[in-house]
Write a protein that binds this ligand. Structure first.
Ligand SMILES: [Ca+2]
Length: 156
């Protein structure tokens, strides 16, 4: 499900073991490899360079978090484990952006983390929902365009 590609690596969410996991395929070597097979669902991977990000339900449904994996070092790392759902991450270079429901599902924010500085930023926390691109495709709710200036920063 939801395949993404950057360079020669394809990533996707895969339910072969029951709950969704993250897998990758290297087009240069024709090799498939698991990226994250932790308990609970791992969904909606995105990739930029060597970094894969996804939303991760290992802490329970309703408390999804954002995790990352560095293909260069084979190291997994949490990006945001705040309360509520953090979901539908996207990544460009060192910047990860996601939809964040820590303030309620009907008051979602857009937040970002700079993986270089490990700083989290609020991109938009205006009242109402902010819906990420892929949930937008399946959402029956109205949307509010979110993008604006960062309002404060806090550690990731
Ligand atoms: Ca969470």
């Amino acid at each position: 499900m939801t395949p993404q590609i950057d360079g020669k690596v394809v990533v996707w969410a895969d339910e072969r073991s029951g709950d969704a996991d993250i897998y990758g395929y290297d087009l240069a070597t024709n090799r498939e490899f698991p990226i994250c097979t932790a308990p609970g669902g791992q969904w909606r991977p995105e990739i930029s360079g060597n970094i894969v990000v996804w939303d991760d339900e290992r802490a329970g449904e309703g408390n999804a978090d954002i995790y990352g994996y560095d293909l260069a070092t084979n190291r997994e790392f949490p990006i945001c484990t705040a309360g509520g759902n953090q979901s539908t991450p996207v990544i460009s270079g060192n910047i990860v952006v996601w939809e964040d429901a820590r303030n309620g599902w009907n008051n979602t924010d857009i937040r970002a983390c700079d993986l270089g500085s490990k700083r989290e930023s609020v991109i938009c926390a205006a009242k109402g929902r902010r819906v990420a691109r892929r949930s937008l495709a399946t959402s029956s709710y109205g949307t509010t365009a979110g993008m604006v200036s960062s309002t404060y920063t806090a550690p990731c």
